[in-house]
Write a protein that binds this ligand. Structure first.
Ligand code: FAD
Length: 330
């Protein structure tokens, strides 16, 4: 899309998951005239974000029967538009936060000196993605036995009273494994090395749990199934190379997430894992006027409702900032 002069916006929201849409609903209702760049398969996700890749969402309040992830995001989008947000189906590929207003470039124009858009404030809600292993069989059984979120999917009937496999040796893997013991008949944890990376307390809890078996020096090599659902996980011992197989109705990856922060990585304070650092209890980042929310700031909870919650905080913080800015300019 070619522009002669950049479009100026009061506030631009980058990202279209529950965080971005909640910010859009609040900013629209506050008459802040927000624009949202919802992305075109940005970071590998369709507009609407991670929930567009799942089926039933059973833990988002207000839907006693559950709701399909795609349907929930369609509803959020419609609410954003109804409240006055202009939505552009484009990805922002360059962001310059070094001067005011902030400069934004839409995909395809990132090599031009002039930005396509400018904004007085930016809500950064680009999300994160769970790391995958790219095992043979993974694409076939993704969401049909394979998941990267125990809290989201553990209660799904296909996992009930079945042996389950968790891959990972850190705190998240330990926490998710313990959580899964509520549903599975047994939880097998595959740890690549001969030690757990998890904290001492978590490691102890994992090793002592009567329903958990920890397999050290073991990696998953293939997801196997009956054509519809996962039925077992092939393994290999990293020391002896001996192959193995564990019968399993579920395979959960707990090997980390990648926050989508490449746009801002040299401009804003990030933590050691690349998540945007915010002032605790707010959405304020190290750059005044840039507010961050959702999974891009959160490596702990990573839920739709917590993302929506921080999206609300970002909108209220941005609104206050813009009001102060207008007062200063008067
Ligand atoms: P995301 O949902 O990650 O969305 C970010 C969006 O921004 C994406 O569409 C992306 O394309 C876009 N974007 C990124 N960069 C740019 C850019 N530069 N320009 C424009 N757009 C951009 N949570 C629950 O509470 N309950 C569940 O049942 C549940 N199930 C899940 C099932 C799966 C398979 C997955 C993967 C996650 C699930 N989650 C669930 C977690 C939940 O989806 C996330 O916590 C939530 O979506 C995070 O919201 P977000 O707004 O931070 O960003």
């Amino acid at each position: 899309m070619a522009h002669s002069a950049p479009h100026h916006h009061n506030v631009a929201i980058i990202g279209s998951g529950p965080a971005g849409h909640t910010a859009a609903i609040y900013l629209g209702r506050a008459d802040m005239k927000p624009v949202m760049f919802e992305g075109m398969m940005a970071n590998g996700f369709a507009p609407g974000g991670q929930l567009t890749t799942t089926t039933d969402v059973e833990n988002y309040p207000g839907f006693p029967e559950g709701v399909l992830g795609g349907e929930l995001m369609d509803k959020m989008r419609a609410q954003s538009v109804r409240c006055g947000t202009v939505i552009e189906t484009e990805t922002i590929t360059k962001l310059d936060l070094s001067s005011r207003p902030f400069k934004l470039w839409r995909e395809g124009s990132e090599n031009k000196s002039q930005p396509t858009d400018t904004a007085s404030a930016v809500v950064f809600a680009t999300g994160a993605s769970a790391r995958r292993m790219h095992l043979p069989g993974e694409d076939k059984y993704w969401q049909n036995g394979i998941s990267a979120c125990a809290v989201c999917d553990g209660a799904v009937p296909i996992f009930r009273n079945k042996p389950l496999v968790v891959v990972g040796g850190g705190d998240s893997a330990a926490e998710e494994s313990i959580y899964l013991t509520k549903y599975g008949s047994r939880v097998h944890v595959l740890v690549r090395r001969d030690v757990l990376r998890a904290s001492k307390v978590m490691a102890q809890r994992l090793l002592k749990h009567p329903k958990i078996t920890v397999h050290f020096n073991t990696v998953a090599t293939e997801a196997k199934g009956d054509g519809n659902l996962l039925t077992s996980v092939a393994t290999r011992n990293t020391k002896t190379s001996e192959p193995g197989e564990i019968a399993a109705g579920g395979l959960f990856y707990a090997i980390g997430h990648d926050p989508a922060t490449s746009l801002i990585k040299d401009q804003v304070n990030l933590d050691e894992d690349g998540y945007v650092k915010v002032v605790p209890g707010s959405s304020e980042t190290s750059v005044k006027g840039l507010f961050a929310c959702g999974d891009v700031v959160d490596k702990r909870y990573r839920q739709a409702v917590t993302s929506a919650g921080t999206g609300c905080m970002a909108a209220l913080d941005a609104e206050r900032y813009l009001t102060e800015l207008q007062e200063e300019q008067r």
